[in-house]
Design a protein around this ligand. Structure first.
Ligand code: EPU
Length: 335
């Protein structure tokens, strides 16, 4: 285990916020986690588990211990004529895992190409993009409970997956550090291309292989999302879901409003559209702004502090609320 004290978190969060952590523990294996269950580490609080730091906003220095996974390794745990199950360490960079699967010609995660973060964050957020979610491929999640020093394995059905949500976000799992995730990948494969411009982009390729889908997704993302040099955490807000009454009222005023019907009585409205319609696309307050090509993404244009980004996000929420009476909910976690 690597322990660092009073360390800058600049290299550990994609928002590029220069906060510090009192203690940073870098975990490489299960014995490292067992060490953390004993003094002096077990007495340091508060405690934060951090993957790729791609969904966090540090609004102040962290006065406790941050536990960061560097657990690597991919193991084939099951194979049949149609499926391969891979068990991956939580510290593997998510896109490296996707690239690994694509190289083997396995389908199931290619639409999730180029998403920042690590394997261990995928189930927490139930990451999703272009008609695919991590939950569609996850078989089980292994974690270590630092309060009890026990390993537990949750089957997919026990993970309570929802839109950018899972049991791992609930207080009962506060002490559970994800060590491995097992995925079921498909050998026989059909491109998932119904979402947005995937089909259009895919037509530029000679075939519909997993490799082509990955390239298509990367092309679309690189065209719309900020480059890694700019600090951001991807989508800052969740897409809000409204009921029948609210939907009807919005439609009356904005007949052109895009919408995804989830169920009878549940409509998902793109937050990007609400922000753009409120005149907030591409705006900048000092070093914080909404990205010009995708306003759902808040960008750190320079050396913004976490507080500056947080204040800017409150401004966006307030403006959207004034116009639509919808309060956007952050997807990013404030620390
Ligand atoms: N839109 C606008 N203006 C814009 C951009 C988009 O009005 O400038 C509207 C359009 O109507 C568009 C709709 O918003 O059709 C949806 O836009 P997009 O397809 O870009 O997706 P999103 O709903 O804004 C979600 C995820 C992204 C994911 C994309 C693609 C959330 C919170 N975000 O964004 O995930 O990449 O779909 O599947 O669900 C992330 O979570 O960090 C992330 C980037």
């Amino acid at each position: 285990m690597i322990i660092k004290q009073n360390v800058s978190l600049l290299a550990y969060n994609t928002f590029k916020i220069d906060a510090t952590a009192k203690v940073l523990a870098i975990i490489e294996n299960l014995p490292d986690l067992e060490t953390l269950c004993n003094p002096p580490y077990s007495t340091i609080f508060p405690r934060l588990f951090m993957g790729g730091g791609s969904n966090l906003l540090f609004t102040h220095n962290y006065e406790g211990i941050i536990v960061h996974s560097q657990i690597k390794g991919i193991e084939k745990v099951f194979e049949s004529e149609s499926e391969t199950w891979l068990k991956a360490g939580s510290g593997i960079i998510w896109d490296d895992f996707v690239a690994y699967c694509v190289k083997l010609g396995l389908g199931g995660v290619e639409n999730l190409s180029d998403i920042p973060g690590c394997v261990g964050s995928a189930p927490v957020q139930n990451i999703g993009a272009y008609g695919m979610e991590a939950k569609d491929t996850i078989v089980e999640v292994q974690c270590h409970n630092l309060a009890t020093n026990e390993t537990l394995v949750l089957k997919n059905s026990e993970c309570q997956f929802g839109y950018r949500d899972s049991i791992f976000k609930t207080p009962g799992f506060r002490n559970c550090f994800i060590t491995h995730v097992t995925f079921c990948l498909k050998k026989q494969y059909e491109a998932v291309s119904h979402y947005g411009t995937i089909e259009q982009e895919l037509e530029k390729f000679a075939d519909r292989s997993v490799r082509s889908v990955r390239r298509a997704v990367i092309n679309i993302r690189r065209n719309k999302l900020p480059p890694a040099e700019l600090g951001s955490a991807g989508s800052f807000f969740k897409n809000p879901v409204v009921g029948n009454e609210k939907y009807a009222a919005l439609l009356e005023n904005y007949p052109e409003m895009p919408v995804y019907k989830l169920t009878e009585g549940e409509y998902k409205i793109p937050a990007a559209w609400l922000i753009e319609k409120a005149g907030l696309k591409g705006i900048k307050h000092n070093n914080a702004g909404t990205y010009i090509k995708q306003p759902l993404v808040i960008v750190n244009y320079g050396k913004a502090s976490g507080k500056e980004i947080a204040d800017f996000s409150y401004f966006i929420r307030q403006k959207v609320y004034e116009q639509f009476k919808i309060m956007l909910e952050p997807e990013v976690n404030f620390v």
